[in-house]
Write a protein that binds this ligand. Structure first.
Ligand SMILES: [Zn+2]
Length: 144
């Protein structure tokens, strides 16, 4: 049974696999996100000490930095695959979707999208884009 006088809040803690997970805790037994020690203090305080706070922010920065590098690699690779299909001089080419799939093209990764006057969606990877021409065909275009 939950005591109505207890205040609950969500906290992210680091589990044994070094992954940050969200848990619900009673405010009176709050634990530090990093070292899991119980502590007291302001309601919005989430770390027991400055050392733990610094550790968390360093870790988080590093994680997002690694994610940014990975996304950049996917985009670069996608761009390379599109460029390979298009060649140096063509401004557009129609290909089968499975050509890109075979090259492990990551359809989720693009820099932006644009919709043309016919309602077709172009997924851009920098200056190149693909558009679903039909169920199994794609149009690859170069932005002029
Ligand atoms: Zn701590």
């Amino acid at each position: 049974m939950q005591d109505k006088s207890d205040v609950y809040s969500f906290q992210t803690v680091r589990n044994e696999n070094d992954i940050f997970v969200c848990i619900m805790v009673k405010d009176k037994d709050r634990k530090c996100k990093i070292c899991k020690k119980s502590y007291q203090g302001r309601k919005n305080k989430v770390f027991c000490s400055v050392a733990c706070k610094n550790y968390y922010h360093k870790h988080l920065r590093y994680a997002s930095f690694k994610a940014a590098i990975r996304i950049n690699e996917y985009l670069k690779r996608n761009h390379g695959i599109l460029l390979e299909q298009l060649g140096k001089n063509k401004t557009q080419v129609k290909i089968y979707r499975n050509v890109l799939e075979d090259k492990k093209f990551r359809f989720k990764y693009h820099t932006h999208t644009a919709i043309n006057s016919k309602g077709k969606i172009f997924h851009y990877v920098y200056d190149l884009a693909w558009m679903e021409f039909s169920d199994d065909e794609l149009l690859i275009v170069r932005k002029r």
